[in-house]
Design a binder for this molecule. Structure first.
Ligand code: NAP
Length: 303
């Protein structure tokens, strides 16, 4: 089946949803293509407190509001798991189920996917004590001990979130330097339920009757090992861009992030990138939304 549009947006996170608002308001026949639920990382974020105008609200609420807004000017929400983009006068966006979407302009806003720890015991305990989404699964660990891995904004925010359920949260960092904002670090440091293990890396996940029974960690300098008696493990060690379907186009850097100019356009004319999937310094909801607006407006002007 082939479906024709003026502008195809791949990914319904903050970047894609904002682009949908701008493109459809400008009168472009717009498709907002998504393989999961709309909202992107917002769905996995407990609270957003740096979206201007709203001091604090659940990520899921902002996702829902953005989604309603994104389709309110006529953009069509379509299901599609994209496997390839073919360049041409009308670009072809090819989905896993064989559906082909075509348009002269395409925006990729597929974001990033969480990294795995890649240690023994991880794969077999995913969903059995290992989760990459504290907001989704934190409540299963009421009065239990848990570990969060990582020293960035995500790890620290989710560690703080988990303390409403868990009796204890061990925060395991491979260095003694955080990558998070000061306000987030202060929240974590003042939380008596969080115990910090700096300069430790996870070695292996221990089993207890098919579920997580503990986490063995090792000191990066001395090599000393310890077992944390946890039943839940939440890795937050960064993420990689979702760009596998772009491999045939000359638009990616060595890490797989999209290279775009100030109009969010790649070296392929009318192929745009926006949000976390792009090479950039600051990955935030507000910068993703800004990218989406710029890309949609640039596509409109060029078409
Ligand atoms: P991140 O900032 O890249 O932090 C990843 C953390 O995991 C770092 O502490 C890193 O250690 C550690 N790490 C990486 N690989 C590891 C491994 N194999 N074993 C153990 N530790 C490992 O990732 P993020 O926290 O997911 O954030 C991603 C982006 O979203 C960032 O730009 C962040 O600022 C943004 N974000 C912002 C907010 C907010 O503004 N409130 C919230 C969430 C995310 P090293 O430091 O040693 O490399």
């Amino acid at each position: 089946m082939t479906k024709d549009y003026d502008f195809i947006i791949i990914g319904a996170g903050p970047a894609g949803m904002t682009a949908a608002v701008y493109a459809s308001r400008a009168g472009m026949k717009t498709a907002l293509l998504e393989a999961g639920a709309p909202g992107g990382k917002l769905l996995k974020t407990h609270k957003i407190s740096n979206w201007p105008g709203i001091k604090e609200e659940p990520g899921s609420q902002l996702a829902m509001d953005m989604f309603e807004h994104s389709t309110s000017f006529g953009a069509v929400y379509e299901y599609g798991n994209v496997v390839e983009i073919r360049d041409g006068e009308r670009k072809q966006v090819i989905c896993e189920d064989g559906t082909v979407f075509t348009a002269p302009a395409v925006l990729v806003a597929t974001g990033t996917k969480e990294r795995l720890l890649n240690i023994p015991g991880e794969q077999e305990h995913i969903g059995k004590g290992i989760s990459y989404c504290a907001v989704c699964d934190g409540a299963f660990f009421r009065d239990k001990e848990t570990a969060v891995i990582g020293g960035g904004n995500s790890a620290l925010e989710e560690a703080a979130y988990l303390t409403q359920f868990a009796s204890k949260v061990y925060l395991v960092m491979r260095r003694d330097v955080f990558r998070a904002e000061k306000a987030v670090i202060d929240t974590v440091m003042s939380n008596p339920k969080i115990e910090l293990f700096q300069n430790y890396i996870p070695l292996q996940v221990l089993d207890n009757e098919g579920r997580v029974g503990g986490l063995e960690i090792s000191h990066t300098q001395s090599g000393e090992t310890k077992v944390l008696p946890v039943s839940g493990i939440f890795p937050y060690i960064g993420a990689d861009p979702v760009t596998g379907f772009l491999k045939n186009l000359p638009v990616l850097d060595e890490q797989g992030y999209m290279i775009v100019n100030s109009n969010m356009e790649t070296s392929v004319p009318l192929l745009f990138g926006a949000g976390d999937v792009c090479q950039k310094e600051l990955r935030q909801v507000v910068t993703a939304a800004s990218d989406g607006a710029i890309a949609a407006q640039a596509a409109f002007r060029k078409l």
